[in-house]
Design a protein around this ligand. Structure first.
Ligand SMILES: C[S@@+](CC[C@H](N)C(=O)[O-])C[C@H]1O[C@@H](n2cnc3c(N)ncnc32)[C@H](O)[C@@H]1O
Length: 187
């Protein structure tokens, strides 16, 4: 919904500006100001279990390891870039997560890691109705810091891996990660 008098920010991708309320755009602009505090990295064993990825569209500027063959950082604004190949998506959390998942659902090739907030509109729209498979991970994950060390405490919510595309669903189904896989039929 676009409100009267709402100011558009050119850095915000056009297709999302159309639907983003002002509050969300502000949150988005806030997120784009990098402060290094949101750098919770995927545990490397998860990446190892899922094979190689062509692109991480939201990678840390300073990272202890490469996540995919190609990375976009906050300086590139990965949401505005063209995504190609098999995408690994552990998006910035908060109000803008849905924008990343929307783009992932449209792209249709890759695996996303997000919190299991299964009742939300975002989850229904971009996962339950759009993904090909989902794995609920056993136990809370311990994300990694930019120093390459595991966080001192587990994260605040359960996590899921979400597969887009049949090959990624098969990869999730067969992988050795501890969790429960469920096949989905996009509707
Ligand atoms: C939850 S972390 C995940 C990091 C990495 N993708 C991984 O799986 O380990 C989210 C990352 O998104 C980056 N980020 C935030 N806004 C971004 C943007 N507009 N474009 C690209 N990256 C962004 C942050 O700097 C942070 O590194």
């Amino acid at each position: 919904m676009i409100l009267m008098g709402q100011k558009m920010t050119p850095a915000y991708p056009k297709e999302y500006v159309k639907t983003a309320p002002l509050k969300q755009q502000r949150a988005w602009e806030h997120e784009r100001k990098w402060n290094g505090k949101e750098e919770w990295l995927t545990p490397p064993y998860i990446l190892k279990a899922l094979g190689e990825f062509d692109l991480d569209p939201c990678a840390p500027k300073f990272r202890p390891w490469d996540i995919a063959r190609k990375h976009y950082t906050i300086d590139d604004n990965g949401l505005m870039q063209k995504w190609t190949g098999r995408v690994w998506l552990n998006p910035p959390y908060g109000t803008q997560t849905k924008l990343w998942l929307a783009k992932m659902a449209g792209h249709g090739n890759g695996i996303a890691l997000i919190y299991a907030r299964t009742e939300t509109q975002m989850f229904f729209r971009y996962i339950w109705q759009a993904a090909d498979g989902i794995m609920f991970l056993r136990r809370r994950l311990r994300f990694y810091t930019m120093n390459g060390e595991p966080a001192k405490a587990p994260c605040g919510a359960p996590s899921v891996l979400v597969a887009y595309g049949k090959e990624n669903a098969e990869c999730l189904r067969k992988c050795w990660l501890d969790g429960k896989y469920i096949a989905l039929i996009p509707s």
